[in-house]
Design a protein around this ligand. Structure first.
Ligand code: GTR
Length: 414
């Protein structure tokens, strides 16, 4: 299934490499005060926290640090799911003193594996029921954005939406390789529209009388990333999960959220960005495909208010997205693009991995060694940064998962 990713505005966008004008990236290893980072200690003490706050203040908005009360209620268990291949659980996580907000986590574990397993955790676009036909999955009753999945009627998921994005998740393949899968509907955290800040987790943190985030506070991507960390809080309590081996994954807008979650929360042992594009893995100074101006107009609620200042002024942004990838160091990160997905700027996604490599080098880890984009369907990266350019369009599919599982075998299993 392909999400529609056509430009919504007539603003000129670049879709031809020859039109990319030269740009200067912020120096990954130079602090704001002009000092060069030479050791992992400098990185961890100075530059990493500095980059995290620059991304918070200028891009995604600040994630609240206060803890909210949480309660986990498992309401479903099937030890013989998916024709006997899986154990399924569903857990509601209630947030707030009175459980004012909640999210449902759907979990599958391979039935034939003893002990705890590594898990892939990712948000989905239209309710947990889209990931598999399994009749046991609760269909979300929440508001769903138009265009993000088939068979959504008047913003509600229908019975026919069950399994409608199974091709993005390939649950059986994941289980067969000995991994578990955990997924949450992003709309449980914040519905994907600009006027929904009162309906999502933002409202748990609003001050008296507040109903919108301040310009330096988090947007929807921040809330989705926060939800991934709260799902991690749950995973740490589940004996079937090896919480030291959780890979956070996401496609497109939810790939942006996965990267931001992985950057902030070092409990995630691996991060996967599938076609995350602008505001995700892509170098924004290239202005290729989607730009800051376009994304802020189309999705004003995704980023902080402050990010709006950088529309058409990419060079003024104190960070670029290689620094987001670097925040994941030294943990393994996989970035994937698709050959027809020019809107997400495949080359810019690749380059952010390449330019993040010096942060990995501080740990003696290898990143990407050449600025040349590899050919289609030739996964690359012998070190902790993996990359492939899949042939085809903007989606996540079995080919992508095969590479992620392989990469996870290599880095999470050893
Ligand atoms: C597009 C948007 C992209 C990407 C995509 C998606 O419309 O321009 O940034 O996030 O949606 O989520 O599929």
């Amino acid at each position: 299934f392909n999400l529609v990713t056509q430009p919504l505005f007539s603003q000129k966008t670049i879709r031809d490499e020859s039109q990319v004008v030269s740009y200067v990236l912020p120096d990954l290893l130079k602090t704001r005060s002009g000092k060069m980072v030479r050791t992992k200690r400098d990185w961890e003490k100075t530059r990493r926290p500095e980059l995290l706050s620059l991304f918070s203040e200028n891009v995604y908005g600040k994630t609240p640090s206060e803890k909210v009360p949480m309660r986990f209620v498992q309401y479903d268990a099937d030890s013989n799911a998916l024709g006997g291949q899986a154990i399924r659980k569903q857990v509601t996580v209630y947030f707030g003193k009175k459980g004012e907000r909640s999210m449902d986590i759907l979990l599958y574990f391979p039935r034939n594996v003893k002990g705890s397993v590594p898990v892939f955790l990712g948000l989905n676009f239209a309710g947990n029921q889209v990931v598999h036909q399994d009749p046991g999955i609760t269909i979300t009753k929440r508001w769903v954005r138009d265009g993000v999945a088939p068979v959504i009627v008047e913003h509600r998921a229908t019975e026919a939406s069950r399994g409608s994005q199974a091709g993005d998740w390939v649950v059986e393949d994941i289980l067969a390789r000995g991994y578990g899968l955990a997924t949450v509907f992003c709309g449980d955290l914040q519905p994907d529209r600009p006027d929904s800040f009162n309906e999502g987790v933002h409202s748990l943190f609003f001050k008296e009388g507040q109903n919108m985030p301040q310009s330096d506070e988090w947007g929807a991507i921040g809330a989705w990333a926060w939800g991934l960390s709260r799902a991690m809080d749950y995973l740490e309590t589940d004996k079937m999960v090896d919480a030291t081996k959780v890979a956070v994954i996401g496609h497109s807008r939810l790939g942006k959220a996965a990267l931001w979650a992985g950057a902030q929360d070092q409990r995630f042992a691996m991060v996967v960005s599938n076609n995350s594009g602008e505001g995700g893995a892509a170098i924004t100074r290239r202005k290729f495909g989607e730009t800051i101006e376009i994304i802020n107009k189309a999705f004003p609620h995704w980023f902080s208010g402050n990010y709006k200042q950088f529309g058409g002024r990419e060079d003024a942004l104190p960070v670029d997205y290689h620094e987001l990838i670097a925040l994941i160091a030294p943990r393994p990160v996989y970035i994937a693009s698709a050959s027809e997905d020019w809107w997400a700027d495949p080359k810019g996604e690749y380059l952010s991995g390449y330019y993040a490599s010096p942060a990995y080098a501080l740990y003696g880890s290898e990143g990407l060694s050449t600025p040349e984009l590899p050919e289609t369907n030739r996964p690359t990266g012998a070190g902790k940064i993996g990359y492939h350019l899949r042939k085809g369009g903007h989606t996540m599919n079995r080919y992508d998962w095969q590479q992620y599982l392989h990469f996870a075998d290599k880095w999470l299993r050893r």
